[in-house]
Design a protein. Structure first.
Length: 153
C-alpha cells in the first residue's frame, strides 16, 4: 500500500504546499552534472566517475540530448517500514525527458540524485519540480547504512 502525500511530506524538507500531491511530494531541481570520467562497479565495491557541474545561465539549464545526473534540493528521510520510489513528473515525460533512479531504502536520509535522460533539447529552471517521490509500506530487515547515507547534506 502506498502512503499519502501528506505522510510523505512529513519526511521531506524543505517543501512548499504546492509540492504536496495526493500520493507523494514533488522534488525540485538543485543542480545538474555530466559524468566526465569512467566509473567502476565490482562485486566488492564501486567507484563513481568524475563529474562536472553544468552551468545554469540566468537560473536555467539548457540541456541537449544526453544523460545527466540531477540532484534534488530537498532532504528526504525514508522512515522505517517504508521504501521510496521516484518517478518523473508528467511534464518531463511530455517534454521527452525521463528520470531514472534506484530504490530508496528504509532508513536512507540525504539529498538524493537521479539519472536524467534528455531526448530533445530542453530548458529547465533551477528549483523547478521535476520528479515525485512516493512511499510504499514494506517490511524491512534493517535500515539503510550504505555509502550514500547522508549524501549531499
Amino acid at each position: 500500500m502506498f502512503e499519502s502525500g501528506e505522510f510523505v511530506s512529513k519526511n521531506v524538507e524543505p517543501i512548499a504546499d504546492v509540492q504536496i500531491q495526493p500520493n507523494g511530494v514533488d522534488l525540485t531541481l538543485c543542480c545538474v552534472f555530466i559524468q566526465t570520467g569512467k566509473g567502476r562497479i565490482e562485486k566488492g565495491g564501486k567507484e563513481i566517475g568524475d563529474r562536472e557541474e553544468v552551468e545554469a545561465k540566468n537560473g536555467k539549464y539548457k540541456l541537449k540530448p544526453g544523460g545527466y545526473i540531477i540532484r534534488y534540493f530537498e532532504t528526504v528521510s525514508i522512515p522505517e517500514g517504508n521504501v521510496g520510489f521516484i518517478y518523473p513528473r508528467s511534464s518531463m515525460l511530455r517534454n521527452s525527458c525521463m528520470v531514472n533512479t534506484a530504490v530508496w531504502d528504509s532508513g536512507y536520509k540525504g539529498k538524493g540524485e537521479s539519472f536524467l535522460q534528455v531526448y530533445r533539447e530542453i530548458e529547465i529552471e533551477k528549483g523547478a519540480r521535476v520528479a515525485q517521490i512516493i512511499f510504499a509500506r514494506g517490511e524491512n530487515s534493517g535500515v539503510y547504512a550504505g555509502g550514500y547515507q547522508g549524501e549531499n547534506l
